[in-house]
Design a protein around this ligand. Structure first.
Ligand code: NAD
Length: 498
């Protein structure tokens, strides 16, 4: 892929890729090398005003087009991504630091799948209709689903195009026009998507992308009176601030936030599978997934042998240039984030924890010697209440916490302010169901992790979020239902009842 295509990331407003009104830019750094990749147009109020005006203008035609027309355009956009899968995957790998295999096998196929899924889901969305017979009346109640208006979609850096499309696809399929903002840390694939949108002939103004910092472009989207709803994925503190800005104007918000998710391993589990599952859950994407299983709860009778094997497995993970096919662990997303994860490890030491392996800077020699690499760490010796077990680290750091029985496992699992996901490893169906029901989380996986069917609900409880995405939930977030109650004469003119 030609790196020149990264050198200038632009906004996409009213069908055109444009610079900021005042020409301002911010820098974009390659995580694997620490070197400059290029510049990003830095948007703010002026660019958001332009984007909202374009989206408002495009709304009547887009909202009144058929689900099939919209679906066909989304499918063409999906095909454009699939046709350039390698370019998109390479761009994601370079911009984010994630291994190329993950970008090629997970991120980019999922981005295309999001567009295809919602293209289909909108076509098959069911409308509600109730016949209501009363003693003196006969009524039909019909629910109309109207697109809510111009939608604001804001996404994070960890799964850049995957989560960007997870938001814009249902909004567009539901008939909304969109003003979206990818993370300023990983803006490149959204810019490639803008080019693809031009290529497939998405009407101007239907999808607008404002690039730039959260405090400028993001805040301007959230507070804009022309935007009816905000779908946000990112950190819990940012989510709280967005909710406080949106609430006074009753703007609809969907918030997908942070997690501190438990992986719970019972002694009756298939231990080989549980071990591999726990390792994948903790360290995939360098531990930078909201669903990461960063607390590994292990039944006391097997905790010593499990810990020994996990350390062995984690220590053998291939850390390297994200562009290499063999790399399992790539770079953290930025030098600031690397520093934040290192600070968390210092907190773990200060609290009396023991780091059994990892937690060291480990940039590979050569091209990546200036990159932001940290070896995956396993921490033991800390109570559930320790900061290390309470705060989201969002890096390649997992703790092991022993438990004695099912009740204490559930108690520890729920002993955090978050409630996004959990994975439970057991050979007993009864236990799996008992535990799943009592865990406070939006998603519980049993004997697996991060398996997704896009029809299922997705979201968090407690401080992990508000609302649900997935299938019908995603579509209905972007719609405003109106019930139309029609009284009709069911008896006809010849009736002698009246
Ligand atoms: P972040 O909250 O810093 O940023 C997310 C997005 O919000 C970015 O585009 C950013 O520019 C923007 N933003 C920042 N401040 C804003 C403001 N005041 N107003 C409007 N927009 C603003 O999060 P991040 O560091 O990019 O991502 C990591 C976090 O995201 C982690 O906490 C992770 O758990 C969470 N996350 C959650 C999910 C989920 O589905 N629940 C998925 C992925 C990541």
């Amino acid at each position: 892929m030609d790196r020149a295509s990264f050198s200038e990331v632009l906004h996409f407003i009213d069908g055109e890729r444009i610079a900021s009104v005042d020409g301002s830019v911010i820098g974009n750094i390659e995580p694997a090398t620490g070197e400059a990749l290029g510049t990003i147009a830095a948007g703010g109020q002026a660019e958001v005003d332009l984007a909202v005006a374009a989206a408002t203008n495009a709304l009547p035609d887009w909202a009144s087009s058929s689900a099939d027309t919209r679906g066909q355009l989304l499918e063409r956009l999906a095909a454009a991504i699939e046709d350039r899968l390698d370019d998109f995957a390479t761009a994601e790998c370079i911009d984010n630091g994630k291994p190329i295999t993950a970008a090629r096998q997970i991120d980019i196929p999922r981005a295309a799948a999001n567009l295809r899924f919602f293209a289909g889901a909108a076509r098959y969305q069911q409308d509600e209709c109730y016949r209501t017979r009363l003693p003196d009346d006969d009524l039909w109640n019909v629910s109309l689903r109207k697109p809510i208006g111009v939608a604001g979609c804001i996404s994070p850096w960890n799964l850049p195009l995957y989560l960007f499309t997870w938001k814009i696809a249902p909004a567009l399929a539901a008939g909304c026009t969109v003003v979206a903002k990818p993370s300023e840390v990983t803006p490149v694939t959204a810019d490639l998507l803008a080019k693809a949108a031009q290529d497939v002939g998405l009407p101007a103004g239907v999808l607008n992308i404002v690039q730039g910092a959260g405090a400028a472009a993001g805040a301007a989207i959230v507070s804009h009176p022309g935007i009816a709803a905000i779908s946000f994925t990112g950190g819990t503190e940012t989510g709280a601030s967005i909710a406080s800005v949106a609430a006074p104007s009753f703007k609809k918000t969907l918030l997908e936030l942070g997690g501190k998710n438990p992986t719970i391993v019972f002694a009756d589990a298939d231990i080989d599978q549980a071990l591999e599952g726990a390792a994948r859950a903790a360290y995939s994407n360098q531990g930078q997934i909201c669903l990461s299983g960063s607390r590994i709860l292990v039944e006391s009778s097997i905790v010593d042998s499990f810990t020994e094997r996990l350390v062995e497995r984690v220590s053998s993970m291939a850390i390297g240039d994200p562009l290499e096919e063999t790399t399992e662990v790539g770079a953290l997303v930025s030098s600031e984030h690397l520093q934040k994860v290192e600070n968390s490890l210092q907190v773990a030491r200060d609290e009396g924890g023991t780091i059994l392996c990892g937690g060291e800077r480990c940039a590979p020699a050569g091209r990546c010697s200036g990159g932001f690499f940290l070896s995956p760490a396993v921490v033991i010796g800390l109570d559930s209440g320790a900061r290390t077990n309470q705060e989201e680290i969002f890096g390649p750091v997992a703790t092991i916490i022993p438990f004695d029985d099912e009740s204490s496992a559930i108690e520890i699992a729920n002993d955090v302010r978050y409630g996004l996901a959990a994975s439970v490893w057991t050979g007993s169906v009864d236990r799996a169901l008992r535990v799943s029901e009592r865990i406070e989380a939006g998603t519980v996986w049993v004997n697996c992790w991060m398996k997704r069917d896009l029809r299922t609900v997705f979201g968090g409880v407690k401080e992990s979020g508000l609302g649900r995405e997935g299938g019908a939930e995603s579509l209905s977030f972007f719609q405003e239902p109106t019930n139309v109650c029609i009284r009709f004469d069911s008896k006809g003119p010849d009736s002698t009842d009246e």
